[in-house]
Structures are given as structure tokens and as C-alpha cells.
Design a protein around this ligand. Sequence first.
Ligand code: XIL
Length: 299
Amino acid sequence: ASTLGAAAAQSGRYFGTAISAGRLGDSQYTTIASREFNMVTAENEMKIDATEPNRGQFNFTNGDRVYNWAVQNGKRVRGHTLAWHGQQPGWMQSLSGSSLRQAMIDHINGVMSHYKGKIYAWDVVNEAFADGNSGGRRDSNLQRTGNDWIEVAFRTARAADPAAKLCYNDYNIDNWTWAKTQGVYNMVRDFKQRGVPIDCVGLQSHFNGNSPYNSNYRTTISSFAALGVDVQITELDIQGGSPQTYAAVTNDCLAVPRCAGITVWGVRDQDSWLGAGASPLLFNGGNKKPAYDAVLNAL
Ligand code: XIL
């Protein structure tokens, strides 16, 4: 196959990208994105601050722009993200306790009902675990509503849209030996044992000097999969853009049947949240980088 999406489809997988609504008028960007990818994640447009800027007043203008572009171009959509400490609107940041808990539930219901039946997988909860050696939860206003906030989010999400796969998504859970990875693994195992609805784990996989790719990544993917969930690589970027590392990530996903697909966090280096200087993606302007060829050959 001659595109990332078609090559991934040969093994029943997808290859996606983050899309930002503000770039949909850039024809170089849309030409590459339309040609190469078959899954789309809105980079910011389905987050809490974008979709519920005032409590109880939902705004899907930009989320729908990304969604409609994706579907009109034959792509599926991952939803990102419903419950997160980041990019909360001011009104939510100021809530706590039972009113915040209810606002989280209402937010999940409001967004998921708008997109009901249209989303391949939702990142229901994003980045809830702490960095460092604790293996425990990150402190946040949501965590302070009670340790059960994550399972409440997943149960709410299942009821709101039974057709969507429900994912837990995080960064720095790629290295199997890290405490954060083990913390998330233990939560997913507990959820599966107790029947809390969860279908997938999203490995963001932002690789850089402080959190480099490690060859135990394949063990991480297969270990999560063995719990009975899909694994999705959800926000891949590699600082420096090493073709060898991009190939290794791709090979590790292909080695595990339940690794469902890979999404890169942007189209061209200039689109990356890390800045073009990091050279983290697969395209430089309109050109395919060596990392692109490495991925395509590995798929
Ligand atoms: C980033 C976006 O790429 C930026 O445009 C925005 O300013 C901040 O958020 N983990 C996530 C993503 O789950 O939502 C983040 O996206 C990158 C880290």
C-alpha cells in the first residue's frame, strides 16, 4: 500500500492523526491528511473548555468542523477527551465536591449524546495518574471528588453511548518498568475484574529525552491487551523524529493483535504542539520524512 492508512488496514488496523479546525483551510495540510490517514482525533476541539464553555451551554461548532471534515473524507473519529484536569473551563476549575462530580457527569452526557453513535472510541478519562514513583493518582479537582471518579466517568459514558469504545488515556505509561504504568495497569485489571466498563487503553506515546522509547514498549502493549482491552497508540510523536524509533513503535503495535491502531499528534512538523524545531512528526512541509518511509515499510 502507498499510504499510511491503507498500509495499516492490511492488518485490520488504522493510522490516524490529530486534526485542528484552524488548519482546515490549509490545502497542503488537508491534502496530506486526507490522503494518508483513516482516523482523526480533534487536537483541542472536543475538550471540555471547547465543548462546554459555560456550564450547561454546549458548543460543538469546532468539534463538528473536525468531525465533518473527517467523515466527509472517509475517516473514523476518536473522541478526545471527556474528563481531565487540563483545559477545563474556568467555571469547572472553580467547582469541587459533589457539584464538580455532577458537572463531570453532565458534561459526559452532553458531549456523548451529541456524538452518539458517531465515535469509534472516546478518551473518557485523560491523564489521571501521577508522574514519579508513587504509582498513584494525580492530585486534581476531579480526584478530590473521590477516588471513584474514574469508574463513575466510565459507567456514565457506557450508558451515554454504548457503541463507542471507552478508553483510559495517559502519557508516560509506555515504559513497562515505570510506576505510573503499573498504576494504570492495576486500575484496568481491577475494572475488568469488577465489571467497570472499559474497552481500551490509550498510550499517548510522546517520546522525548526524559521519556524515551524503550524496547519494553511491546511488553506494555501486550500486558494491557492480556487484560482484555484494546491498546491504541493515541498521540505519537518522537522528538527528533528518529526513523528507527518510529519503525520500532510500529513493529511493536503490529506484534500485538489487540493493538488496534496508531495516531500521530499532528500532520507536519510545523503543526506539532512541540514546535517544528522538535521535528517530531512524519511530514516536513509537503514532504515525507525518513520517519514516514520507516513507518510505511514497517506497516
Ligand atoms: C495539546 C495540544 O496539542 C495543544 O494544541 C494544546 O495547546 C494543549 O494540548 N496530552 C493530551 C493532548 O492528551 O490533549 C495534548 O494536546 C497533548 C498532551
